[in-house]
Design a protein around this ligand. Structure first.
Ligand SMILES: Nc1ncnc2c1ncn2[C@@H]1O[C@H](COP(=O)(O)OP(=O)(O)OP(=O)(O)O)[C@@H](O)[C@H]1O
Ligand SMILES: [Mg+2]
Length: 263
């Protein structure tokens, strides 16, 4: 299978601290890949490195091209999208306007010209993106009137509006209840079925195991396991990474049903 997004031996260190250590991850065309691991494992750092925001060694490939030397803006233009772990919406703007700000790739001269001549046109893709995520009726609603679940969907829609080939989502389900998280998962699957590849970082293990085709597990900046969800959740190294650290939070994240009865 062709990889849309791939890191080859990518490493990042902050000061003397190694945050990522020779990490290989592949996101194949049409795939939803989960990237999981305990707090501080390096998940956000991986997304930052891929987007060109964290200084890294190793290589990043997008759609068969080596993009390691490209700026973050050039990587975005090449079709790489992302969301942020603590993403905020523009509260005073409507949902449609929030997407328009992200999707607008018109050059500055054109925006000025359109403003002067009154020949404004909406950037393409906004309505179809809202419909795809099942929030087509929210276009005119102000961001500050949205529920938490709707906000997350708008955050994902904002990353999709420019039409990326692959999008990395950093904890889009944080703060959602089980029902909202399940709905988000269904919508993400729907997006992947349209041909956009996706990498999903989340602590909601139910969501990851339900919707992902492939799961990669990081611990202390290293890949400790990767494979189909069923195999990864039973992997002793994964169970140890989540439970061995004695993190109650991690125990809750994996969930008794998710890790089976062997633990
Ligand atoms: N800007 C930074 N400066 C210094 N250290 C950093 C910086 N960003 C991250 N780190 C460190 O790098 C390591 C990986 O952090 P990262 O945020 O990637 O983890 P994470 O897997 O996303 O965790 P979480 O699940 O809590 O979001 C941690 O040890 C963190 O403290
Ligand atoms: Mg993070």
């Amino acid at each position: 299978m062709t990889a849309v997004l791939e890191t080859r031996g990518i490493s990042v260190s902050y000061g003397g601290v190694s945050a990522l250590d020779h990490v290989d991850v592949q996101v194949a065309e049409g795939q939803l890949v989960g990237l999981i691991g305990p707090n501080g494992a390096g998940k956000t750092t991986w997304i930052d490195a891929v987007c060109g925001l964290a200084r890294s060694t190793g290589e990043t490939w997008l759609g068969g091209s080596n993009i390691t030397a490209l700026t973050p803006a050039a990587r975005a233009r090449a079709g790489l999208g992302r969301t942020w772990q603590a993403a905020e919406l523009f509260e005073d703007l409507t949902v449609r306007e929030n997407l328009a700000v992200a999707a607008d790739r018109r050059p500055m001269w054109r925006l000025v010209w359109e403003a002067l001549t009154g020949a404004e046109s909406d950037p393409p893709g906004i309505e179809s993106t809202l419909d795809l995520l099942g929030i087509g009726d929210l276009g005119d609603v102000a961001a500050d009137a949205l529920t938490q679940g709707q906000r997350k969907l708008v955050g994902v829609a904002r990353a999709l509006a420019p039409g990326p080939r692959v999008v990395c989502l950093d904890e889009p389900a944080a703060g959602l209840d089980t029902a909202e998280s399940g709905l988000l998962g269904q919508r993400l699957r729907r997006v992947v079925e349209t041909g956009v590849a996706m990498l999903l970082v989340d602590h909601d293990m139910g969501l990851i195991l339900d919707v992902c085709d492939w799961v990669v597990v990081l611990e202390f900046g290293r890949v400790i396991a990767s494979g189909p969800p069923e195999a990864v959740r039973r992997d002793p190294k994964v169970v140890e990474a989540y439970l061995g650290g004695a993190a109650e939070e991690s125990r809750a994240a994996l969930g008794a049903s998710a890790i089976g009865t062997e633990v």
